[in-house]
Design a protein around this ligand. Structure first.
Ligand SMILES: Cc1cc2nc3c(=O)[nH]c(=O)nc-3n(C[C@H](O)[C@H](O)[C@H](O)COP(=O)(O)OP(=O)(O)OC[C@H]3O[C@@H](n4cnc5c(N)ncnc54)[C@H](O)[C@@H]3O)c2cc1C
Length: 382
């Protein structure tokens, strides 16, 4: 792939597009790419490395099992995204030559006690009753042992399994989005901060550090930088940082064909161990206590992991809403202004591109998406 220098100015002085997306992480990039696919002209504006970016620090799982309990539309959107992923990633791959590493072997949540197994069984049966379990099944220890070549730890009692769980390389995905947006005639404008957005006749004037853009529609998908811009457009995006820490080991013998909660083997052979959930504000560092807890669980699952060296670790900040579900909303005060955020930007990437983006281009979020409005946080108690 040819390497591109980031532009230092806008493509033209009076730059106008159908849809401007603020935030070039996985959520904004998927929506910008999908809007182009839906026939719109698009600009994707991204502040860059100075900002907190979950899209470069995540675990890369397309995780379906257990999602959407108590909210069937979320379960359905997640499953729909996992269903769209194969075709969507293949299209990106053919166009860009980048293999985003998608594979869908199914995932296991290992349970290290009878209590954990009972909790997973209860989740599966509640999701089943709501029609959203995605085939989640409970397996005993012997069944799990047959699925992996590595010996299980003594405390493993069983697991929940979901055939829809998948994974991909999130950095390759982000790169493919940015390249293909440019190849399809969209404007990807990195190192550019959106400072203000105001409604003008027929759309929005977007003040950026590189000049002004005019857009028929604007999408605020700026992760943890969203709240202020959204508020100026009559949109509510109450997001907070939740830190996750990830450890990467040296390359290891194959773990088998399956994924595990908190443990995944990359195509290159490294094991990624992770996914703490810590309320530490904007501190995206690492902490030994969390690393110890994560590695103990990994070793309790597969004792052989204790022999591996850890070669990298990092902390990154999730973008969390009060109930953990996504927000998709069109502003009532300024129609044409949209909010989009979630804490599963890899999982939902295909849905963002092929379901959310076309609705934004059409100017109307159907009921299945409008149910993710932030209005749900303001319902008065009876
Ligand atoms: C440790 C960890 C593990 C995770 N694992 C998974 C997983 O396995 N599967 C999964 O589906 N999800 C996972 N996630 C979540 C996933 O990474 C996020 O949902 C996703 O990256 C969010 O993308 P985003 O575009 O909303 O946010 P970001 O990646 O934060 O991107 C927001 C972008 O907006 C830009 N921006 C901010 N303000 C402005 C402004 N004013 N002007 C211009 N640009 C601006 C920033 O530069 C940034 O690039 C994980 C997250 C973490 C932290």
């Amino acid at each position: 792939m040819p390497s591109r220098q980031p532009p230092t100015s806008l493509p033209s002085e009076r730059f106008a597009v159908d849809v401007a997306v603020v935030g070039g992480g996985l959520v904004g990039s998927a929506i910008a790419w999908g809007a182009l696919e839906a026939g719109a002209t698009v600009a994707l504006l991204d502040e860059g490395d100075v900002a907190h970016r979950a899209s470069r620090g995540n675990f890369g799982q397309i995780w379906v099992q257990g999602k959407g309990e108590g909210h069937p539309p979320y379960a359905r959107l997640t499953q729909r995204s996992a269903t769209l992923w194969p075709e969507f990633s293949a299209r990106l791959g053919v166009r860009t030559g980048i293999d985003v590493g998608f594979s869908q072997p199914g995932g296991l949540t290992l349970c290290l006690s009878e209590e954990e197994l009972a909790t997973r069984a209860a989740i599966a049966s509640r999701l089943d009753a709501e029609g959203g379990s995605a085939g989640m099944a409970i397996l005993d220890r012997d069944a799990v042992a047959r699925m992996t070549p590595l010996p299980l730890g003594d405390s493993v009692r069983g697991a929940s399994f979901c055939p829809a769980d998948a994974h991909a390389n999130p950095l390759a995905l982000l790169r493919a989005f940015h390249l293909d947006i440019q190849a399809q005639g969209g404007a990807f404008i990195p190192h550019t901060s959106v400072e203000a957005v105001r409604a003008v006749r027929g759309g929005f004037a977007i003040a950026t550090s590189a000049g002004e853009i005019v857009a028929g529609k604007v999408v605020v998908a700026a992760g943890l930088g969203s709240a202020g811009l959204a508020a100026s457009l009559g949109l509510d995006m109450p997001v907070r940082p939740v830190r996750g820490q990830v450890m990467v080991t040296e390359r290891a013998a194959p773990l088998g064909d399956f994924l595990f909660t908190g443990l995944r083997q990359t195509r290159e052979g490294s094991l990624m161990i992770g996914g703490t959930q810590e309320e530490v504000g904007f501190d995206d560092g690492t902490a030994n206590v969390a690393m110890r807890t994560m590695s103990r669980r990994a070793v309790a699952s597969f004792p052989d992991i204790a022999r591996l060296d850890v070669v990298r670790c990092w902390g990154a900040l999730r973008i969390m809403t009060p109930d953990g579900r996504p927000i998709y909303q069109q502003s009532r005060r300024y129609p044409g202004a949209f909010a989009a955020t979630c804490h599963s930007g890899v999982t939902l990437a295909a849905a963002h591109a092929l379901v959310v983006a076309p609705s934004i281009v059409a100017g109307d979020l159907p009921h299945e998406l409008a149910t993710f409005s932030a209005d749900r946080f303001h319902v008065q108690a009876a």
